[in-house]
Design a protein around this ligand. Structure first.
Ligand SMILES: Cc1ncc(COP(=O)(O)O)c(C=O)c1O
Length: 440
């Protein structure tokens, strides 16, 4: 066994979305990764049941991506994309657009999911204003929505802890009701039967503010960060219809669902609903280099090009938009997905995965199980007076037993790399069931 020394001062690095003080007492340190496994600093192999943070879809150390990055660093380390360009960025934009439903034809590159969300919200506002409909300034999100951590994203997001510390946020936002309804839908396999009518909450909001003031609605087609909430059957279709009737743009935040997670390139394709804008990141580069992409409908791009009063059509962009290293990583990632037919692999594994998830039904404290593609949400009942304590304990026990899982409060979310084998799926759920049986 190889042992790596621990840092002597954990307080220097202020860790993101982490219990910093608790971590320093009982650190979980990773020193290497290959395929489905991390190596911990005490030399153990840890099964990655979360693809990092929903991003390492092709598994760790993919050879196609590694080679592409080695070539790229020797050729072009950085070039700006403000009034200059690299051929590879234009090629990648075409390849990305081709993965999404027809009509979504233009790509704006960002550095993360949060940047993609802020970009999409700004493009929506810009679109209406450019067309002379500048009264449309309201942005509508949904309770329990997660759209990253920029001020735009937290303003339309619906997670209390992500909002309450940060002042008044963007003005002019509102939120639809969330769709989580365990009383009617617990233990659904795939999309739940009940709740399409919750989309009508947008009508209520539109009537309150007047539809002519609303620029866009943003939702995750499948909400990941608040515990894997699948859209009720017919819900997204209904949302699309309401948006169409009222001139409202529909944005799908596909930061975790795009690039194969549900068995197709996008959730839009899985659910048969085409939004006006799709935000992506994570799986675009397999997590290897930060990058996001916003895919935009033809009419929005055309409008910006036609109506612009200035040579620069959109006053927005990032130093790292289309960073050459990220572009190389993304092109190689899409290549590895295609060459290894990885989205089809997710689709093929999904029934077995679903059975494995729902085998947990009789395990103590499990109050709901949700699944789609290679995603699972395992909801535990909270300990009385200590919400989140049971979930946190499961996460720590899983680490001790060689599993990386993710918990949101008392909900476990699983989203492994697409290269997971049937045996590894079995091992993952056996270990997890064992842990859940042992904790109180
Ligand atoms: C739906 C959604 N949007 C946005 C984000 C933010 O992405 P990032 O952490 O890359 O900024 C996430 C991250 O998990 C996400 O799940």
């Amino acid at each position: 066994m190889t042992h790596s020394p621990s840092p002597n001062d954990f307080s220097r690095f202020w860790m993101p979305f982490s219990a910093n003080r608790d971590f320093a007492r009982d650190p979980r340190l990773i020193t290497a990764a290959d395929g489905m496994y991390y190596t911990s600093s005490d030399g153990r192999q840890i099964l990655d049941a979360t693809a990092g943070l929903w991003c390492v879809n092709a598994g760790h150390g993919d050879p196609i991506i590694k080679e592409a990055l080695k070539r790229q660093i020797d050729t072009l380390d950085y070039a700006p994309h403000f009034n200059f360009g690299t051929p590879a960025a234009f090629e990648l934009a075409g390849q990305v657009a081709a993965l999404f439903p027809a009509g979504l034809e233009h790509v704006f590159f960002t550095g993360s999911g949060s940047e993609s969300v802020d970009t999409a919200l700004k493009i929506a506002l810009h679109y209406h204003r450019a067309r002379g409909d500048g009264a449309r300034t309201r942005l509508i999100g949904r309770e329990r929505g997660y759209h990253g951590v920029g001020f735009g994203g937290i303003s339309v997001g619906g997670i209390v802890n992500n909002r309450k510390h940060f002042g008044t946020l963007l003005t002019g936002t509102d939120h639809m009701r969330h769709t989580h309804d365990p009383a009617r839908n617990a233990f659904s396999r795939g999309c739940p039967d009940h709740g399409a009518e919750l989309a009508d909450d947008l009508i209520r909001i539109a009537e309150l503010h007047d539809p002519s003031t609303i620029a866009a609605v943003i939702v995750e087609p499948m909400a990941g960060s608040t515990g894997v909430l699948l859209p009720p059957k017919g819900y997204l279709q209904r949302l699309r219809e309401i948006c169409d009737r009222n001139g409202i743009l529909l944005i799908f935040d596909e930061v975790i669902t795009a690039y194969g997670r549900l068995g197709k390139a996008s959730a839009a394709e899985v659910f048969g609903v085409t939004p006006d804008i799709i935000t992506t990141a994570k799986g675009l580069t397999n997590g290897v280099i930060p990058m996001g992409a916003v895919i935009v409908d033809e009419k929005i791009y055309a409008s910006a090009m036609e109506h612009s009063e200035t040579p620069i059509e959109l006053f927005h962009g990032y130093t790292y938009s289309a960073h050459p290293m990220a572009v190389a990583a993304a092109k190689a990632t899409l290549e590895t997905y295609r060459r290894n037919d990885m989205f089809a692999r997710v689709e093929a594994l999904a029934p077995l995965w679903e059975d494995a998830v729902h085998n947990l039904r009789d395990v103590p404290n499990v109050v709901d199980l949700r699944n789609m593609g290679l995603v699972a949400g395992i909801e535990l009942s909270p300990r009385p007076g200590a919400p989140g304590a049971r979930g946190a304990e499961v996460m720590k026990m899983a680490w001790a037993e060689g599993l990386m899982i993710r918990v949101t409060g008392d909900i476990i979310a699983l989203s492994p790399p697409f290269i997971i084998t049937e045996d590894e799926i079995q091992m993952l759920f056996e270990k997890l069931a064992g842990i859940l049986r042992r904790i109180d």
